[in-house]
Design a protein around this ligand. Structure first.
Ligand code: ROI
Length: 166
């Protein structure tokens, strides 16, 4: 069984409900077991500033799926959300990124793990450190230290973690 961390982000069409719906779909997926879920955070857009603030969260999932299979599953959830992407680094209804998958490093045309933006994004590091304070990246860096040292750029908890079902 692998443990993977997924980053969720949305800034269109009621982003909080987008994230709730995505987390619910992850909870329902028979191929996954949701093992942790961060608070929901409001974040300033990385990219063009003339777009709405984002809502971000990070979840942990245990799965037997390969990284490529997990990517297909999360892309299916993005598409179900009626995924809209209006421009490069612009507003979107729902993004689900595979941040980490066990301690593997993998780089293909369609998938890079760890997610290449991970260490530069406060809206990924802070929620990740919330649910996995003792975690180290494959390059040996400690997530909690990265999260403490990055500029928060207005990052703010807006809603508690979604209640976990057992
Ligand atoms: N900015 C924030 N704050 N949160 C995101 O999830 C996010 N996702 C993106 C880009 C456009 C890079 N900016 C973002 O894809």
């Amino acid at each position: 069984m692998a443990l993977a961390y997924l980053g969720l982000g949305a800034n269109l069409n009621n982003p909080v409900s987008q994230l709730h719906a995505a987390i619910e779909q992850l909870q329902q997926a028979p191929e996954l077991s949701l093992s942790a879920c961060s608070s929901l955070y409001a974040s300033k857009p990385m990219g063009p500033q003339d777009q709405p603030d984002y809502v971000n969260a990070v979840v942990a999932v245990a799965t037997e799926l390969s990284p490529a299979e997990l990517l297909m599953l999360v892309q299916g959830i993005e598409n179900d959300a009626g995924r809209l992407r209006l421009r490069h680094w612009g507003e979107r209804t729902l993004d689900i990124d595979i941040l980490l998958y066990d301690d593997i490093s993998l780089h293909t045309e369609t998938l890079s793990i760890p997610h290449p933006g991970l260490e530069q994004r406060e809206f990924v590091l802070v929620p990740l450190a919330e649910i996995a304070p003792g975690l180290y990246l494959p390059n040996g860096k400690e997530v909690a230290a990265l999260a403490t040292n990055i500029a928060r750029n207005g990052l703010d908890i807006i809603a508690p973690a979604v209640t976990m079902q057992d």
